[in-house]
Design a protein around this ligand. Structure first.
Ligand code: QAP
Ligand code: CO
Length: 168
């Protein structure tokens, strides 16, 4: 397994659109395993392949503290079940140190392929549904800061660019 480098806002590579996976083969399974290792090490609860500069439609999520519920979503398709919006303080491994309240549909249905390439469907609510919507945004090149006012987004951008310069 390998730790992957996580891209940080405002890296333009985070804006790329991810392509569908045509076959869940050993290359994709290795990517999934490396993404879990990277996410657990961070630590985080969700990671999209776009964040590690792989522009294919692969997402991993685990909301548990003991890493006991690893979920894989390949080529996910969601349908909104309940248009009702719920608010949640979201963060992102690509926007470290910043959390903002974002509103999203509360209940969704997902169909996706798992790590074995098997199609499954699930109804998701609560944090799992929010997290999956956040990760699918990454596959479209979208970040949670895009839901904020331009002023807030610019402030976050400046602070992160400063930190990135200090590090490099
Ligand atoms: C996405 O985010 C998410 O700022 C997953 O310094 C999060 O795992 C969706 C993290 C919340 C919905 C709600 C963030 C780690 C992890 C940071 C994450 C940080 C260190 C974020
Ligand atoms: Co994110």
């Amino acid at each position: 397994m390998a730790l992957l480098n996580i891209l940080e806002f405002p890296d333009p590579r985070l804006r790329k659109q991810a392509a569908p996976v045509s076959q869940v083969d050993s290359r994709i399974q290795t990517l999934v395993d490396d993404m879990f290792e990277t996410m657990y090490a961070a630590p985080g609860i969700g990671l999209a392949a776009s964040q590690v500069d792989v522009h294919e439609r692969v997402i991993v999520i685990d909301l548990t503290e003991d890493h006991s519920d690893p979920r894989v979503f390949i080529n996910p398709e969601i349908t909104v079940i309940d248009e009702d919006l719920g608010a949640y303080d979201e963060g992102c491994l690509s926007v470290p140190g910043f959390y903002e309240t974002i509103e999203r549909p509360r209940v969704i249905e997902v169909s996706a392929l798992d790590r074995e390439g098997q199609l499954f469907t699930d109804r998701l609510e609560g944090l799992m549904g929010i997290c999956l919507q956040h990760e699918i945004d990454h596959l479209e090149g979208k970040l949670f800061v895009d839901y904020l006012s331009p002023l807030k987004r610019q402030r976050i951008r400046s602070k992160l660019v400063k930190e990135q310069k200090l590090r490099s």
